[in-house]
Design a protein around this ligand. Structure first.
Ligand code: PLP
Ligand code: COI
Length: 336
């Protein structure tokens, strides 16, 4: 594999791990070499969107050890997402066992330490039994597949430009935004296309009710930094990011104040640095934010260089994930 030029995409591996929920219980996880799933045409995932997923990564350290980052949090979030969508979720133990099995079955696809690539792990849960009326399934399939990936945004740790989208919402105020379900991403595809066509890496969404406050970006949470304070939106319609939760702790460790609260759109221009954070995005600094409503562009620094605090947070997060720095909060599971 050409590890240093990998895209963030699907690359074939040896196989995946699956378990089924039937007759009120989960089967044991089993390795499966096929990339195909056979489904009933009336499966609830196809018609009524009973689908939730997760995203985490396995990192190969300088010491050759393979580490998972906060896998328990992904297991818990899948349970929360599934609960909202009336789905049965695998227990935390089953989730972690399936993730371990999927990585262990594909060790030669874990990218080496140098080069910026990682093994992306995608746990997927779908309703598989048929329903024609709007009702939840009684059977579910849980699959964990892995794929080696490069950076989500081309160039890795480099500022991207984003556009505020006032014409579309990815989630309703009391809807599914806090759950990691496909419908939120389906709702963002047109908006993403419009943003990309105008030359922006992604859209920045506002609160759907009033369009007054910042929600999050398409694939990642938003943060801003000013006066030694890390500020990130609090909203029911954004995904509770495990990366963001970790960065808030790292920011406090570094002596920054942390504020998780509503972020008015007008406050964007007061930040000294801004960025997006998530498993795929890691920390991606934001260079510029364009607001079509005012025709104004906010530029952070020179718009092309990552800010000092974002860089420090990025380096510390990566160091823990790769095992280059101590792990005081016990976030890392060494797989082998
Ligand atoms: N927000 C959205 C909409 C996402 O898809 C993701 C990615 O999972 C995140 C935020 C970041 O979450 P995490 O840090 O847990 O990957
Ligand atoms: C992630 O960061 O894991 C995501 O799921 C974001 C995107 C690829 C959907």
């Amino acid at each position: 594999m050409d590890w240093s030029n990998l895209s963030f995409g699907y690359h074939p591996t040896h196989g995946n791990v699956r378990c089924c929920y039937q007759d009120g219980k989960w089967s044991a996880p089993v390795f499966n070499a096929s990339t195909e799933i056979t489904l009933h045409m009336a499966a609830t995932c196809l018609h009524y969107g009973q689908e939730v997923f997760e995203g985490l990564k396995a990192y190969c350290g300088k010491d050759g050890k393979i580490r998972l980052f906060r896998v328990e949090e992904n297991a818990k979030r899948m349970i929360n997402s599934a609960t909202y969508l009336k789905m049965e979720a695998p227990s935390q133990e089953l989730f972690i066992e399936a993730v371990r099995m999927a990585v262990n079955a594909n060790l030669d696809f874990v990218p080496p330490y140098e080069g910026g690539a990682t093994l992306y792990i995608r746990p997927l849960l779908i309703g598989t039994s048929p329903q024609v009326g709007v009702k939840p399934a009684s059977e579910f399939l849980f699959v964990v597949f892995v794929t080696p990936v490069g950076p989500y945004f081309k160039g890795g740790f480099q500022p991207v430009n984003v556009i505020i989208d006032r014409d579309h919402d990815r989630a309703a105020p009391l809807g599914t935004g806090h759950a990691k379900t496909g419908g939120n991403y389906a709702a963002s595809l047109l908006s993403l296309d419009v943003s990309n066509q105008q030359g922006y890496a992604t859209a920045l969404y506002l609160d759907a009710r009033e369009k007054k406050y910042v929600d999050e970006c398409g694939p990642a949470n938003f943060f801003g930094i000013k006066h030694n304070t890390y500020v990130t939106p609090k909203s029911h319609s954004i995904l509770p990011s495990i990366t963001n939760m970790s960065i808030m702790t790292l920011a406090e460790d570094m002596g920054l104040k942390v504020e998780r609260r509503q972020v008015p759109v007008q406050e964007l221009q007061t930040f000294e640095e801004a960025g997006e954070c998530g498993t795929a995005a890691v920390i991606t600094p934001i260079g510029k934010i364009f607001d079509p409503a005012t025709d104004q562009t906010i530029t952070y620094g020179d718009g092309k260089t990552a800010g000092a605090i974002s860089t420090q947070l990025y380096n510390q997060l990566r160091a823990i994930q790769y095992g280059d720095a101590p792990d005081p909060h016990k976030w890392v599971t060494v797989l082998r």
